[in-house]
Design a protein around this ligand. Structure first.
Ligand code: UDP
Length: 247
């Protein structure tokens, strides 16, 4: 167990500064593609509620609801070009989330690993730190800025750079299970796992590179359901249903 997890912060939160990673598919709602603005608004409210409780929150949103590099490569595109398209998809999701947060009265900044200065700010670590200190929600877009990576790895990288106390992975289920709970009624949820167990048993939590980066930096990964209302604030307070991955 890392120090970050055992010591509650002065605000009483188990994790004071966190990076929340959600997949692009989480923004689709019941749709098959694209962005459901109602879902964006609901997640934005979760984030603002958690921020109001004293947490410093930054976000990484995937792009799978719009485009994935491997899909383009499967259709004959050069993988690197397809991956750049995937990264652009994450910028669209980031802008949608910024819009939702601001619509609810919050302050959010999108910082892109691929500079596009007329659309959003370029990623500059110290600037991101400053935004967070001022209570703004920082949304990191365009993953790592490099093809052949995923937004999981981008999330782990930014969590380490920002000195986050945890990387929260918001999914459709409330943790890591022994089997897919939607297909197997006997599946049970793990309360805790080690980085090593996740890697050795190839549990599909996040990319192996993301998990290794978190292990090397002693940052816990917390898997929880982003679909449960109040789930984010509960996890931050240390009372939510989740699976925690540490040493
Ligand atoms: N991508 C990339 N480099 C990165 C992050 C993302 O090339 O650092 C591309 C890649 O093509 C990926 C797409 O962006 O398929 C969307 O990201 P991801 O698949 O991680 O989204 P999610 O599954 O979380 O929605």
């Amino acid at each position: 167990m890392s120090l970050a997890e055992t010591r509650p912060s002065p605000s009483g939160l188990r994790y004071k500064r966190v990076l929340l990673k959600i997949s692009g598919e989480a923004l689709m709602g019941d749709g098959q593609y694209g962005i459901d603005t109602n879902v964006c608004e609901r997640i934005a409210q979760e984030v603002l509620d958690a921020a109001a409780a004293g947490a410093e929150i930054c976000l990484v949103i995937g792009g799978g609801n719009i485009f994935r590099g491997v899909q383009g490569a499967a259709k004959g595109m050069e993988r690197a070009s397809a991956d750049y398209m995937g990264m652009l998809a994450t910028v669209m999701n980031a802008l949608a989330m910024q819009n939702a947060i601001e619509g609810l009265g919050g302050q959010a900044r999108v910082l892109s690993a691929i500079p596009m200065v007329t659309v959003c700010e370029p990623y500059i670590r110290r600037r991101a730190m400053r935004h967070m200190e001022k209570g703004r929600i920082v949304i990191f877009a365009a993953g790592t800025g490099n093809p052949f990576f995923t937004t999981d790895t981008g999330a782990a990288l930014r969590a380490a750079e920002m000195g986050c106390n945890a990387l929260l992975k918001g999914t459709q289920v409330d943790g890591v299970y022994t089997a897919d709970p939607k297909k197997d009624a006997t599946a049970t949820r793990y309360d805790k796992l080690s980085y090593h167990e996740v890697l050795a048993r190839d549990l599909k939590v996040m990319d192996a590179s993301a998990i290794s980066l978190m292990r090397d930096n002693g940052i816990p990964i917390v898997v929880f359901s982003i679909g449960n209302r109040g789930g984010l604030a509960d996890v931050l307070a240390g009372r939510g249903i989740c699976t925690t991955i540490t040493d």
